[in-house]
Design a protein around this ligand. Structure first.
Ligand SMILES: Cc1cc2nc3c(=O)[nH]c(=O)nc-3n(C[C@H](O)[C@H](O)[C@H](O)COP(=O)(O)OP(=O)(O)OC[C@H]3O[C@@H](n4cnc5c(N)ncnc54)[C@H](O)[C@@H]3O)c2cc1C
Length: 471
């Protein structure tokens, strides 16, 4: 197929700022990188294309880290959220492999405020509604980014860029090698979904029904009415969804759906679109249109078939489509499924992570969500091959498709953000490239934040019990 092209005229663009570190993306990961680096005394600019922080955590209405927050900034921020009434108590959720400790969901609006406040207090310059459109590359080193805002195109020069865009936008354009999804010729990726909320749900009635139901295999159902505000988590409805589809003629795309509460509001993960090329504006947009269709269907199912939803309606639809998997940058080391599932130890570990394994079948089967023993993430997974002065944190780190099913979870994303911010700052202090940074110094700084680095240091995040209990 021949494609028309348009040659952009070359032109000079203004340099808006010169700084130490640019963080691209102020989502789940970026603020952790930015705060960590700024607290090390560095000048940090964080670029976010939307008008608030938190990405999939807040704008995506995701709210719940699928695992315990075991230390460092993530735990600090969650504890602040609890104090502000923006998160509840952690809980043990029942999965097919036993109990897994889950950090309480957060109230996304309170979390947006908290993340912004902590960034500002640390001295981070946030640029909202600004897109980082390309890296500036000198030889093999990234030396800044080109941004697009209402002022048009401008440049920001930096000593280190931390790519927290989730899709490795900067890394890919700078020439770092990557694979899409599972890689290989098939390149399958986990599907996209769009969260929504429902209003006026009778949580007690729903919890009482769910407790007695045989259609909710994975769950956490608190005993108290207060506990229901943040701690109700239900995954299943497989049989009733099948029956609803057969009787109503409405075709939904998932075998199961997940409901969870945050601040008394019901968040629903019930849509799915397979095989979307999110880099195609047309396919991306078509996926949103399809999610809207499914949201109407799932809301109807809940209202008509699930006790507690009788009076409810759609509250909010996530303003951002939830993307689970795209590029995995190829780093100095690629975390494998064997590493992540087997809890393999690494000398250069920058985080022990206790996230669950969470695979949504790229071909459309059921969701595989399992509690697992903690594992370790090596620093080398954040360091892309071939490109200097660039770190990648969050969903796009160097991990294979199976390892990514753990490392894409928010506890891991936040932890890699934190480590990247600290490593960037220490490399600048040492006058070395981020590839050559003294990892022992990075680890020592992480230890000062009470971040466990090895799996053996993380306890009480799993339980072999048959029934969920409050943690
Ligand atoms: C539907 C769904 C359900 C999930 N459920 C869970 C769950 O229950 N628990 C869990 O732990 N994990 C869950 N995950 C996974 C987890 O939410 C994500 O993997 C994680 O939030 C990704 O963090 P991130 O910072 O890499 O990306 P994001 O949170 O997406 O942040 C990326 C940020 O970068 C910004 N950005 C991107 N490109 C640019 C650019 N070029 N210029 C400027 N800004 C840019 C975006 O606007 C965004 O704010 C789920 C994911 C999805 C999609």
């Amino acid at each position: 197929m021949t494609r028309k092209t348009y040659t952009e005229p070359a032109r000079d663009i203004p340099v808006l700022m010169e700084t130490d570190i640019v963080v691209v993306g102020g989502g789940t990961t970026g603020p952790f990188a930015a705060i960590a680096a700024a607290r090390q005394g560095k000048r940090v600019v964080m670029i976010e294309r939307f008008g608030s922080l938190g990405g999939n955590l807040t704008l995506g209405l995701n709210t719940k880290p699928s695992g315990a927050l075991v230390g460092g900034l993530p735990l600090e921020i969650w504890n602040l959220a609890r104090t502000a009434g923006g998160a509840g108590a952690d809980y043990m959720a029942l999965t097919k492999t036993g109990g897994v400790k889950i950090a309480s969901p957060c109230d996304p609006e309170i979390m947006k405020i908290l993340l912004t406040r902590l960034c500002v207090e640390a001295g981070v310059q946030i640029l909202f509604e600004t897109v980082a459109s390309s890296p500036i590359v000198d030889g093999s080193a990234v030396t800044g980014v080109v941004i697009e805002s209402k002022s048009g195109r401008q440049a920001i020069l930096a000593k280190v860029v931390v790519d927290c865009s989730a899709d490795a936008d900067m890394a890919a354009q700078a020439g770092a090698p990557f694979v899409m999804g599972s890689g290989g010729t098939e390149q399958t990726m986990q599907p996209v979904s769009m969260y929504f909320t429902m209003t006026k749900v009778d949580l007690k009635r729903l919890a009482d029904w769910a407790r007695a139901s045989d259609d909710i295999p994975a769950r956490a159902i608190p005993d108290t009415v207060e506990g229901l505000e943040y701690g109700l988590w239900l995954t299943g409805f497989n049989k009733s969804l099948q029956k609803f589809q057969a009787e109503s003629g409405i075709k939904l795309q998932r075998d199961n759906i997940t409901l969870k509460t945050a601040n008394g509001i019901m968040y629903i993960n019930g849509t799915r679109v397979l095989g979307v090329d999110i880099f195609s504006p047309q396919e991306f947009s078509a996926a949103i249109v399809e999610c809207y269709r499914q949201i109407e269907g799932v809301a109807k199912f809940l209202r008509e078939r699930v006790p507690g939803f009788e009076e409810s309606g759609i509250g909010q639809i996530a303003p951002a489509l939830g993307v689970r998997e795209t590029r995995h940058v190829l780093g100095e080391y690629t975390l494998s499924g064997t590493d992540a599932l087997g809890g393999v130890g690494f000398d250069d570990s920058i985080a022990a992570d206790a996230s669950a394994l969470d695979i949504h079948d790229p071909k459309g089967g059921d969701v595989d969500f399992q509690g697992m023993r903690p594992y370790e993430i090596p620093y080398r997974c954040l360091v892309p091959q071939k490109v200097e002065q660039l770190l990648v944190a969050g969903r796009a780190i160097s991990a294979d498709h199976t390892a990514h099913a753990r490392s894409r979870n928010m506890p891991a994303c936040m932890a890699t953000g934190q480590a990247a911010g600290i490593a960037a700052a220490i490399a600048i202090d040492q006058g070395v490239t981020v590839r050559r940074v003294d990892v022992a110094r990075v680890q020592a700084a992480l230890r000062k934040l009470d971040m466990p680095l090895h799996a053996s240091e993380v306890r009480d995040v799993q339980s072999p019990m048959a029934e969920p209990q409050p943690a």
